[in-house]
Design a protein around this ligand. Structure first.
Ligand SMILES: [Fe+2]
Length: 247
């Protein structure tokens, strides 16, 4: 057995022996092949937050232009694909808004291609789409991005491996030592069951929290499809986060 059947069997075996309520991704998840060698094997080194502030970059409200939240207007023409909006709230474990927080996103284009030298698979680059954007949450913790729905893309975890469509999210807390990274997925993706990154979270309810909801009230007449995805930073309904950026 090899390829996807082997990966799926390994995922099934791990899930069947997992402890219920394990809601964060496993750092060492063998079906996700590169996690074997690059997962941390030592305790995290704790950095003095105040010390980090002395050399970390700084930004303020005026450094983030509101237009940077629209990934469809970054070039001279319209990107190809299904225009979408993704709206949500950044909240803490008690449901309180997290205000003025920098949210950065990056994603593949509608053909599943990144503008990155390591992505050379034969899908077209869209000259009108960079796939990166950012915004600050408002006073009620809301964010909104306008973008193009990303396509699934192949990766080299195993033969015929494909990632479900996703948007990468980076969140800064109150200082740069609190950065968190995760991925948002789209409802109904047939690749969920096959994807070892998505499946590295063994708790099914926690995995579901990474999937945006289609929100018809958010869709705009003759313009865009709307999705809603709230991010919870702490507590029992915390959004699963990565410790490293993934493909
Ligand atoms: Fe990706």
């Amino acid at each position: 057995m090899d390829g996807q059947p082997l990966i799926s069997k390994e995922i099934e075996d791990i899930h069947s022996s997992a402890t219920p309520g394990e809601t964060q991704p496993r750092l060492d998840f063998p079906p996700y092949r590169s996690s074997l060698l690059r997962h941390p094997t030592k305790d995290l080194r704790h950095v003095d937050p105040e010390g980090a502030e002395l050399f970390a970059p700084v930004f303020g409200q005026s450094d983030v232009d509101v237009l940077e939240a629209d990934l469809t207007i970054q070039a001279g023409g319209e990107p190809i694909g299904e225009r979408i909006t993704v709206r949500g709230r950044l909240i803490d474990g008690d449901g309180r808004p997290v205000r003025g927080q920098l949210i950065e996103v990056w994603q593949a284009n509608s053909a599943g291609r990144y503008i990155h030298k390591r992505d050379q698979h034969p899908a077209p680059i869209d000259p009108n789409f960079t796939g990166v954007g950012r915004c600050l949450t408002d006073d009620d913790g809301n964010y909104l991005f306008t973008t193009i729905k990303p396509g699934p893309y192949p990766w080299r975890n195993h033969h015929n491996a494909w990632r479900p469509a996703h948007i990468h999210f980076s969140l800064f807390g109150t200082d740069f030592t609190q950065r968190m990274i995760t991925q948002m997925y789209f409802p109904g993706d047939p690749l969920f069951a096959l994807d070892p990154i998505y499946q590295s979270i063994t708790d099914p309810a926690a995995r579901d929290r990474l999937i945006a909801g289609y929100d018809h009230d958010e869709s705009r007449h003759e313009w865009s499809m709307g999705y809603r995805w709230d991010i919870v930073l702490t507590g029992s309904h915390r959004t699963p986060m990565e410790t490293e950026e993934d493909a």
